[in-house]
Ligand binder design. Sequence first.
Ligand code: SF4
Ligand code: SF4
Length: 310
Amino acid sequence: MVSLSSRIKSTALSLGFSACGIAPSHPAESEAEHLDRWIAQGCQAGMDYLQNHRDIRLNPDGLVPGARSVISVALNYYPSVRRPEQEPHIAYYAYGKDYHYVVKDKLRQLWEAILPLYPGEGIPEARFFTDSAPLFERYWAWQAGLGWIGKNTCLIIPGKGSFFFLGEIVTTWKLEEYDKPQPSRCGTCSRCLEACPTGALSAHHLDARHCLSYLTIEHRGDLPEREARLLGNRLYGCDSCQLACPWNRFARPTEEKAFSPSPEMLSLKKEQLDTLSREEYNRIFAKSAVKRAKYEGFMRTIKQLNKNRP
Ligand code: SF4
Ligand code: SF4
């Protein structure tokens, strides 16, 4: 007989998720200790919120009291069409509609579809997350057997790569069958580390103070001098340590319509960007994660790209 866990996972795949696995909920001690060390070194840069809610982050029980399972999913965002290489780079994850809405909607659909399978009395508690709560998402994806955490700190799904959003349902539903973490298949490869233009990356360790993705998206104010010089053609995000990863040769374009980029975003040229008004920015990126940089941050990076041009 097909197990409940298998039916939950096949329902997730039928809804368009690329992978789904289930882990038993437990305290994530090793991750919490790693985070403590990382913060003590200042690697979180301006992301001070990562210092908050340590106890909740340590254990999904803090988000859903009595949590027994973490259902982890991955949704492909690899774009079918990309901006021309000579134009300023916008990270692939931000091409379409903001993933927070898309992934959460799909998690809700998944929950509604699997709830009739619940064999107990009443309704189990559940909450849905995608980069929206203090939860070690990559750790849970790894624990749920989706893939492994690569040296570039991304979750890598074998045969599929790393261009995926992660999402979780944390629930009090106890299942009889759980998945197991996969071993790393990075081996002796170090292409992501070599591809990082600033040296922000060492194996499994990212120093956000030097990461061009963090700096162009989250950082407010001028870019640090050294990193500004190393910006290359990056306007919003970076992607270099993912593009260098040999596992991403398996990346296939997403079938999620909400992630289709608008023709206007795809064709935005340097010259238009130089004079982009706040109204144009708000209109073109209305539903996009690019809004995270805010107009001021976006224009700061455009100015820096211009300064760097010979
Ligand atoms: S996103 Fe870019 S700058 Fe940041 S670690 Fe990866 S390659 Fe380095
Ligand atoms: S580039 Fe190589 S070392 Fe880096 S994450 Fe991919 S497989 Fe691992």
